[in-house]
Design a protein around this ligand. Structure first.
Ligand SMILES: [Zn+2]
Ligand SMILES: [Zn+2]
Length: 143
């Protein structure tokens, strides 16, 4: 028996709000060190929580920027046009999932990263938990 996890979040300016409800085992958190995440966040990695798309309700107008992913599938990065906060990502390689940037959650204390991905792009100045399992490129989250 697991309790349903509910969460809320918003971008920096508040124009985009979201809320969700998932079974905890369906919310998978990872650190991603790929170069695109580094550029999109301006940091060493993105911590994202993958949730089923249907679990997430978003209000406000989300802008998106789509690029060819680093291993082929398109990746759409969703953000707030007003304040620039990165919010969500959709990836062709992970159909049915939406990746929430952990930092835009109102309460992210429940987020427990299970692994690091794209560790081959991890920079020496970016320190994270060495005990975390890592994969050199994309993880397979949709099995
Ligand atoms: Zn905003
Ligand atoms: Zn990435």
């Amino acid at each position: 028996m697991t309790d349903t996890l509910t969460f809320t979040g918003h971008c920096l300016c508040g124009n985009i709000q979201f809320e969700g409800r998932v079974n905890p085992q369906d919310a998978i958190a990872v650190h991603c060190h790929c170069k695109d995440c580094q550029r999109a966040t301006g940091s060493g990695f993105a911590t994202v929580v993958a949730v089923p798309e249907a679990a997430l309700r978003v209000t406000g107008e989300v802008a998106e920027f789509t690029v060819a992913g680093q291993t082929g599938g398109e990746v759409s990065r969703e953000f707030c046009r007003n304040c620039g906060s990165p919010l969500f990502t959709r990836a062709k390689l992970s159909p049915g999932l939406r990746f929430i940037k952990a930092g835009v959650l109102d309460d992210s204390s429940w987020v427990t990263p299970a692994m690091a991905c794209w560790t081959e792009r991890r920079e020496a100045w970016c320190l994270i938990d060495d005990q975390l399992p890592g994969v050199p490129q994309n993880p397979n989250l949709t099995g």
